[in-house]
Write a protein that binds this ligand. Structure first.
Ligand SMILES: Nc1nc2c(ncn2[C@@H]2O[C@H](COP(=O)(O)OP(=O)(O)OP(=O)(O)O)[C@@H](O)[C@H]2O)c(=O)[nH]1
Ligand SMILES: [Zn+2]
Length: 337
């Protein structure tokens, strides 16, 4: 999607999958077309140079990955909800094991977004040449999260087989090696590495999400799948997720809540909340409960008690915020967690 033009892939039309440029038809009204949507086209669908088709229909979405700019639904920012990708099967949470260090708060937030959208999470741990995964994996032991380790020199077979046949969305902070990884998976994508992602120049002039077809696996006829790179999306505001659904991002805590009083808010000041005892009994990691309660507090509009400033500050020069797509795919505040 680029400045009102949508590149559509004609599905099931031969192996080379021709593309057609299209614009939205007026009859779509206010419905927005997002990456991953399956659409109906009319008009010139020849795909010839200069040909322009019209998108007249959006097929029902199998899944909807959403985000808001903030967590607190009582603010205007918080109510600004955006669909990031439609029809995704998998959310690939890209986190470096070092440089920058992994941030479980961010991963937890992504897990909430994934479970809320009913898509599967996959933890993709990059820079495995710099540090081991033990600390991160220990934090998630109760979840049995699928994960892959990425090092610069090791083959990507394990990751490729997890991506095959699916539409996967990649999210990660600046500097975790996401562009490097995308370039290894799809060399012709030419994603900018370690630099402002070619805003205003080159081929990728938009910060909105882009879907990339993975190359066929040697000797395999299977669909290699698609990945969606989300350069402008650094985080998931969770104002659209109810407090009840927030818990779905913490399946290791869910079982404890059957002993909570009716309508328990699960906050630390709720004396009868069963979560504290559950963790005290060693049945879940206390850091996970702390993380869950931080998200609850954030949704209630309370500042993070840790007072942790965003280490990238408000003006990460590598974050293409500010020059962003006016349709607002980029996070205007670049919140880190
Ligand atoms: N040691 C090591 N360095 C890596 C690895 N992957 C990427 N890097 C380096 O990490 C830096 C950041 O990589 P990028 O691919 O630009 O990271 P990104 O997540 O796309 O960040 P943005 O470009 O800000 O979106 C670059 O200098 C890469 O060369 C890795 O597996 N190991
Ligand atoms: Zn409770």
């Amino acid at each position: 999607m680029d400045r009102g033009r949508y590149t559509c892939v004609l599905a099931g039309v031969g192996a080379d999958e021709p593309t057609v440029t299209a614009m939205r038809a007026r009859e779509l009204g206010r419905k927005s077309v997002v990456v991953g949507d399956r659409v109906g086209l009319v008009g010139d669908t020849s795909g010839a140079p200069g040909a322009l088709a019209r998108i007249v229909r959006i097929e029902p979405r199998r899944s909807v990955l959403r985000r808001t700019a903030e967590d607190d639904a009582s603010t205007a920012e918080g109510r600004l909800e955006r669909v990031v990708v439609a029809n995704a099967d998998q959310l690939v949470i890209v986190s470096a094991l070092a440089d920058p260090p992994p941030r479980t708060g961010f991963i937890d937030r992504c897990l909430v977004a994934a479970y809320d959208a009913d898509i599967e999470p996959l933890l993709c741990l990059t820079k495995a040449d710099l540090a081991g995964p033990e600390a991160v994996l220990d934090y998630y032991t109760e979840l049995e999260l699928p994960y892959v380790l990425i090092r610069p020199d090791s083959p990507l077979d394990a990751l490729r087989s997890l991506l095959a046949g699916r539409l996967s969305v990649l999210v990660g902070h600046s500097g975790v090696g996401k562009s490097t990884l995308v370039n290894r998976l799809v060399p012709e994508a030419e994603r900018a590495v370690g630099a402002v992602s070619a805003i205003g120049r080159g081929r990728h002039t938009s910060t909105s999400a882009v879907a990339l077809r993975l190359p066929a696996l040697p000797g395999a006829d299977d669909d290699p799948g698609w990945i969606v790179d989300t350069p402008g999306v650094r985080s998931f505001g969770l104002a659209h997720v109810s407090a009840e659904s927030l818990l779905h991002g913490f399946p290791d805590l869910v079982a404890a809540t059957v002993d909570c009083p009716a309508n328990c808010p699960h906050t630390a000041d709720e004396a009868d909340c069963a979560l504290g005892a559950w963790v005290a009994d060693g049945r879940a990691d206390p850091r996970r409960l702390a993380s869950y309660r931080r998200l609850l507090a954030s949704q209630a509009g309370e500042p993070d008690p840790r007072g942790e400033p965003d280490p990238r500050g408000q003006s990460d020069p590598r974050d293409p915020r500010g020059q962003s797509d006016p349709r607002g795919q980029a996070d205007p505040r670049g919140r880190a967690e």
